[in-house]
Design a protein around this ligand. Structure first.
Ligand SMILES: [Zn+2]
Length: 436
């Protein structure tokens, strides 16, 4: 039997397990850096399949973790995960929210190193509890308040585990090395940077990433050449002034609200960039303590985006300059914290072409979309950028899935028929690359 026929058979065999896993992850949704249960299930399963498994400090660099919840929240979530069945041994190794997992398998014959990247996290959202929402009516809606899989990462993780099982099953026929990367905190683009900083993809020749849905809202569609990843940076800026009586002694105050307001207006006045797309948005501003008090504190939350990492860097450097200057102008202090970020990048054209050929050859997709503009940010781009910098190739694929509602909507759900299609496509693409 050919390797592709074996993959087809194994995919069928694993389809119901994959759906069950997806529903289990959905029911136990975990937001970024708190995926203790999901990650420990992944680590257990990879171990069982014979992968060398690395978690916590081995694959996540704490200095580059962005937007990490407070330590009290992390320990509450770790206890919650253990109550919900997480293996405490893994959870201990993931202390501080280092919920990244990598499974490595080296095959007997030499060959390329490939990496498959999947994301683990849910959104900070409450799931709809109406009978029209299938996860609710079929009782796999999230039991974790404030966390909901509204982007399909539950499906990605389930696909990753099925592919890992198929690859392990076929190991006698494969060459080279495969790395399964399960990344935390994709939402808010906070997690990839910390895994890339550990150097885990520095030796990778081919990296593949995938996502269900987005522009491909029909099961049976696939796009192997995804373009238009916007580089982005997310910041919180906290201005600290001096409070004073607004009537009796305004001159001794230092007004944080005015500094923030001056910053906001000037941030939106950063010029557009001639070389491509650029964006700036201050999404929230909170300031002041009372009507008759010179405002001692103000916080703004902002983001920049760019059609390339260079353009985003221009926007981000300008933003720093403006925020610091506004603080100086009003004689207040300011602290800028990086809360998230993604690189701008594109698929390696050769690899994207090869993947499209794999999709075509499989004959399970009824529409191969030649090019798809992503038009959003995804921190898989950090992995892709690093692999490309080191001379490897990287590609991100969108796999079509019928959607009940848009991504991040409280009624989000996707057609589970897309799971097996993704498993078969990713497994075939991976084995094709390993056998080069
Ligand atoms: Zn997503």
């Amino acid at each position: 039997m050919s390797i592709n026929a074996k993959i087809a058979e194994l995919t069928n065999k694993l389809e119901s397990t994959t759906i069950e896993r997806r529903r289990d992850f959905h029911r136990h949704a975990e937001a970024g850096w708190t995926e203790f249960r999901t990650a420990s299930i992944v680590a257990d399963q990879l171990t069982k399949l014979g992968y060398k498994v690395q978690v916590g400090d081995e694959v996540v660099d704490s200095e580059n973790m962005m937007g990490v919840p407070a330590s009290s929240e992390l320990s509450n979530q770790a206890s919650r995960a253990i109550e919900q069945g997480a293996n405490p041994e893994w959870v201990n190794k993931m202390e501080g929210g280092k919920t990244g997992v990598m499974g490595i398998m080296e095959f007997n014959k030499p060959g390329p190193t490939i990496a498959l990247r999947f994301d683990l996290d849910a959104n900070d959202a409450n799931e709809a509890e109406t009978n029209e929402h299938r996860p609710y009516s079929e009782k796999f809606n999230s039991i974790n308040k404030g966390a909901m899989h509204a982007c399909g990462h539950d499906g990605h993780t389930a696909v990753g585990l099925a592919v890992a099982e198929i690859i392990a099953e076929l190991k006698g026929e494969l060459r080279g090395t495969i790395k399964f990367i399960f990344q935390p905190a994709e939402e808010g683009v906070r997690g990839a940077k910390a895994m890339v900083a550990k150097g885990i993809v520095d030796d990778v020749d081919y990296l593949l990433g995938m996502h269900f849905g987005f522009q491909l809202k029909k099961t049976g569609q696939i796009a192997c050449n995804v373009t238009g990843f916007l580089a982005t940076s997310k910041y919180d800026a906290t201005f600290t002034g001096v409070p004073a009586h607004a009537g009796a002694a305004p001159e001794v105050g230092r007004n944080a609200l005015l500094a923030a307001a001056a910053a906001v207006l000037n941030l939106h006045a950063i010029p557009r960039h001639s070389e491509g797309t650029s964006r700036i948005n201050v999404g929230t501003m909170q300031a002041g303590s009372g009507r008759n008090v010179i405002a001692p504190k103000a916080v703004i939350k902002l983001e920049t985006r760019g059609g390339s990492s260079t353009i985003n860097k221009f926007m981000s450097d300008e933003a720093y300059r403006i925020i610091n200057s506004a603080a100086t102008m009003h004689d207040v202090k300011v602290e800028i914290t990086e809360m998230g970020g993604a690189a701008g990048c594109s698929n390696s054209p050769e690899l994207a072409d090869d993947l499209a050929k794999v999709a075509e050859k499989l004959g399970i997709f009824n529409e191969i979309v030649p090019e798809c503009d992503f038009g959003a940010s995804e921190d898989c781009s950090y992995f892709m950028e690093r692999v490309q910098e080191k001379g490897g190739q990287a590609a991100y694929t969108l796999i079509g899935a019928g959607l009940a509602a848009g991504h991040h909507d409280s009624c989000f759900d996707f057609d589970e028929n897309a799971l097996a299609m993704a498993v078969r496509f990713v497994s075939t693409a991976a084995t094709d690359l390993l056998l080069r």
